[in-house]
Design a protein around this ligand. Structure first.
Ligand SMILES: Cc1ncc(C[n+]2csc(CCOP(=O)(O)OP(=O)(O)O)c2C)c(N)n1
Length: 280
């Protein structure tokens, strides 16, 4: 007897524009793990009645990571390079009921968009920033990024990167963000839990996700298979509880500290402005 075929439906399919699949990301890329963690967090929050996903505004800049905005089934925008944060800020100020999420790469957010990152954190702007840090400009073929480890070969640093990498966690802390965490694609469950905690909060929330780009970063440093880069990342990351964000080392050769470094409940920028208008 013929058995009727039922379409396979993944639990987070409703958050994806499945008609756009397959995606452009390379085998072994960490963006999918990160995006999946985000969608699982949204699903759990929605199932618990703690969030209305129709209010999510999903904003990306340019890059491999930036392509995520085109695959998710939320309202959103794929903005010019480096401008995802100001776009999200503008939308939130115009529509305070929205829940802005910026999902973008390290080059986009702390390279070309670095100034927006600092000032949005300084204002404690109501946005969750998921910074997918693959340590390279991947989409454009492997140029040095502000997060690239010192000494690394890239197409623009053929003799090794002379620069010290940026530590986004410390910058967000110095600027005054409400929530700051760093995870890695080696720990998707902890990442999901962190997103679940930070998404309903107000103010500026940074979740940096140390990711892997086997096709470009991995090849640059001599790894032939994605799993080799994944294992290398597994070796260097260490989870530390209850430490200051200023102790959250980011060093590819020694250790990359993961954890939740700051949880505060300062009023977000939208609330501060509303209060000011009330008395103005
Ligand atoms: C104004 C501008 N400058 C440069 C570029 C070229 N460009 C596209 S993506 C990119 C780097 C993206 O790197 P990252 O944000 O780390 O994302 P990834 O591709 O690694 O996910 C650059 C320089 C551009 N599109 N626009």
């Amino acid at each position: 007897m013929a058995v009727a075929k039922r379409p396979i439906i993944h639990p987070v399919d409703k958050y994806l524009r499945t008609e756009r699949l397959p995606h452009v990301w390379c085998p072994g890329c960490g963006i999918g793990i990160t995006l999946h963690a985000f969608m699982r967090a949204v699903k759990e929050l929605e199932d618990e009645g703690r969030i209305d996903s129709s209010k999510i505004l999903f904003v990306s800049g340019i890059g491999c990571t930036g392509r995520a905005a085109g695959y998710v089934n939320f309202d959103g925008a794929h903005t010019p390079h480096g401008r995802a944060i100001p776009y999200a800020m503008g939308a939130k100020l115009a529509r305070p009921d929205l829940i802005p999420v910026v999902f973008s790469g390290d080059g986009d957010l702390v390279g070309i968009g670095g100034n927006h990152f600092i000032h949005a954190a300084r204002r404690n702007m109501d946005v969750l920033v998921i910074l997918v840090n693959n340590m390279i400009y991947a989409l454009t073929g492997g140029q040095v990024a502000p997060t690239t480890p010192k000494g690394t070969y890239t197409t623009t640093t053929p003799f090794g990167n002379p620069d010290r990498p940026i530590n986004a966690v410390k910058i967000a802390a110095a600027a005054g963000a409400n929530y700051i965490a760093r995870w890695a694609v080696t720990h998707p469950e902890l990442l999901k839990n962190s997103i679940k905690k930070a998404l309903p909060m107000e103010g500026f929330r940074l979740i940096e996700v140390v990711s892997i780009c086997p096709e470009i970063f991995g090849r640059h440093i001599g790894f032939r298979a994605p799993i080799e880069l994944y294992r290398r990342l597994q070796k260097v990351v260490k989870i530390r509880g209850k430490i200051s964000p200023f102790e959250a080392t980011y060093d590819w050769e020694k250790e990359i500290i993961l954890g939740e470094f700051q949880v505060r409940n300062e009023p977000g920028y939208t609330r501060v402005l509303m209060e000011a208008f009330k008395h103005g």
